[in-house]
Structures are given as structure tokens and as C-alpha cells.
Design a protein around this ligand. Structure first.
Ligand code: RP5
Length: 168
């Protein structure tokens, strides 16, 4: 089995957030790999990864980093693949990482999800892959249906909520 999504994190201290991404890819049966690479600690390895990922069959890259998070943008500059940036709350409530990742200069975008939004990063990757994979699209649709059911159930519980004189 060859990976189609590559999850890259700036440090293993980011792993708890990336596990949410890994869990969703696992649920959707999407083969993925996970590695730590750092724009400032291992720049040569980042270049090697980014320039060759597409030749290995990778279709989407999820790149996560905290602080002055250069990693997703640096990777995006060296790959033809879509890069999903995931800002990690390491300092400054994650705003430093969010702005570092989302505010890419023109022509080299990073598709940025919310701070610590590990699952959303994986959902976006799945939606990209599902465009050309009908079976994956079906699994994703079933996930979407489960979200709808959750709100239907929530409304039934709210309807049953008692103890208010003016709740109608
Ligand atoms: C970033 O610096 C990492 O992505 C991490 O969010 C942050 C701190 O890294 P460690 O000092 O915990 O390795 O490069």
C-alpha cells in the first residue's frame, strides 16, 4: 500500500494535533504517511521531500507547524501538489502560526485550516482526493450523513429538555 497523503509536522510536539488528521484518514481508508521535518532544523531534508513527493504518488500534503511556521509555505514553493497548512498553537495562542501559514505571498498558496484543526486538514485532503475516487466519495458522503444525524438527535434532545416555564 502506497501513501497518497503525506502528513508533515515541524516537531513531534505537534503530534497530538496531527493524530486527529491521522484518525480521519484511517476512518476514510486513505493510505498516509507521517514524518517530522523542520524548515529551520532540517532545511535540506525539507527540500528533498518537497521536490520528490509527487514522484512517489503523494497527491496531497498536510503540513503542520507552530510559531513562525515557515514549513507549509516552503514545501508549497517546491512541490506541484496542493499543500494544506495546519497552524499549531505553540505560542501566542497559535496566531503566529496562523498568519505565517495563511498569509502566503501571491502565486504560492497554502490552503490553511484553523488553529489546531487537525481533523479539518484531513477532511480537506479527503475532499480533494474524492474528486477522482468515487469509492472514497461514497465513504465521505456517509460521514457527512452521520453529521446530519447528530444534529437531528441534538434537536430531539433539545425538544425533550424540561424545567422551563417559557420554553415552547
Ligand atoms: C515548530 O516549533 C514546531 O512545529 C512546533 O510547533 C514548535 C516547537 O517545536 P519544539 O521545540 O517542541 O520541537 O517548529
Amino acid at each position: 500500500m502506497e501513501p497518497v497523503v503525506s502528513i508533515i509536522m515541524g516537531s513531534t510536539s505537534d503530534l497530538p494535533i496531527l493524530k486527529k488528521a491521522a484518525d480521519f484518514l484511517e476512518k476514510m481508508e486513505v493510505p498516509f504517511e507521517m514524518n517530522a521535518l523542520s524548515a529551520h532544523r532540517t532545511p535540506a531534508q525539507v527540500e528533498d521531500f518537497a521536490t520528490h513527493a509527487h514522484e512517489r504518488g503523494i497527491k496531497v500534503i498536510i503540513a503542520a507547524a507552530g510559531m513562525a511556521a515557515a514549513l507549509p509555505g516552503v514545501i508549497a514553493a517546491m512541490t506541484p501538489l496542493p499543500v494544506i497548512g495546519l497552524p499549531i498553537n505553540s505560542t501566542l495562542d497559535g496566531m503566529d502560526a496562523l498568519f505565517s501559514i495563511v498569509q502566503m505571498p501571491p502565486a504560492i498558496p497554502v490552503a490553511t485550516v484553523g488553529i489546531n484543526a487537525g481533523q479539518n486538514a484531513a477532511v480537506l485532503a479527503v475532499r480533494i482526493l474524492a474528486l477522482t475516487d468515487p469509492d472514497l466519495a461514497k465513504r465521505y458522503d456517509a460521514f457527512r450523513d452521520s453529521l446530519t444525524e447528530k444534529i437531528v438527535k441534538a434537536n430531539q434532545e433539545l425538544d425533550a429538555l424540561e424545567g422551563y416555564k417559557f420554553k415552547v
